[in-house]
Design a protein around this ligand. Sequence first.
Ligand code: GMT
Length: 381
Amino acid sequence: MKIAIVCYPTFGGSGVVATELGLELAKKGYEIHFITYSQPVRLALLNANLHYHEVHVPEYPLFHYQPYELALSSKLVDVVKYYNIDVLHVHYAIPHAYAGYMAKKMLAEEGIHLPMITTLHGTDITLVGNHPFYKPAVSFSINKSDFVTSVSNSLKEDTFRLFNINKEIEVIPNFIEIKPENTQEVVKCDRAMMAQPQEKIITHISNFRKVKRIEDVVKIFYNIQKEVPSKLMMVGDGPEKQKAEYLCQTLGILDKVIFFGNSSEIDKILCYSDLFLLPSETESFGLAALEAMACGVPVISSNSGGLPEVNSNGFSGYLSNVGDVADMSSNSISILKDEAKLNQFKKNAKEVALRFEIHKILPQYEALYQKAVELNTLKNE
Ligand code: GMT
């Protein structure tokens, strides 16, 4: 089967999910075509089944805003025709579902019927898509998709609550590839490079946007380091990073905090981490938390959105109300101060992550592709 995948190529969760999905499908023999404006960060083109088509948007002085959707839908039409694509899978509704629908309509004019699956990831529904300037177009393109999936039950409920949707939404959670511990792929863990043996390592990974509540991360760590010798690893980049740096300076903890910037080697950081902080305002799923848990790192998170579907309270970590820095701090300290509890939570985190192992989730996508192709065949008969 030939599948075209449209996604954002950046470090965000939706792009990571789309890329990992495509890579795994290619390994299984599907022909995968990524279509986006630059090569996805986790995409290594080392498989004959993998193709990457770059969308170019030529600059023209008249355009105050470059018409990306137009260029994307034209590119889709070309790729679908040239490679005989069977299914189009768009990740993140804005503007991908809209551009996908336009491509579908253009292709239909030429007698080519292309089924489209839209996967909703989070902020395309809860923050950005919900804005009145986008809402009608987002509702329209979700309703015009042949199949719709969301990454958690919470996101599915949010979609029905915020939009006028007349389609079914199937929940297919984020997934993780767990590498067997005895393979050469397992990363070399360089803990000694980052901290003294008696220090605990706390980690946060995100795109440093407002929704991540980066200042809460710093405040929680400030409380932790007063009780437990520790270091904070801040991984990622974004608009809130500078504020976090200033706050660390004001609190006098700059020497205990390492700002890494964006990294495509998060395994190498997670392997020596003892605790992961994700106090987000909202999180449709929390892929970063799952990635931490898969490396055996317990998670201290807020209880917003889909996080309770991933982080099991009192087992793989703890959940607190958004903004409750005191509760998140005392939960962190209670785990970090008690070595036996910490080791148990590390084991539990790995156990919960196993539920989202890629080979358990992938068949749901494969079944959906099959359904989409069959429906299309029926339509064409
Ligand atoms: O977290 C972000 O801001 C990035 C965003 C994205 O679209 O790339 O992540 C969203 O999609 C991820 C993959 O499905 C989810 O795991 C994240 O929870 C979700 N982020 C939010 O809902 C804030």
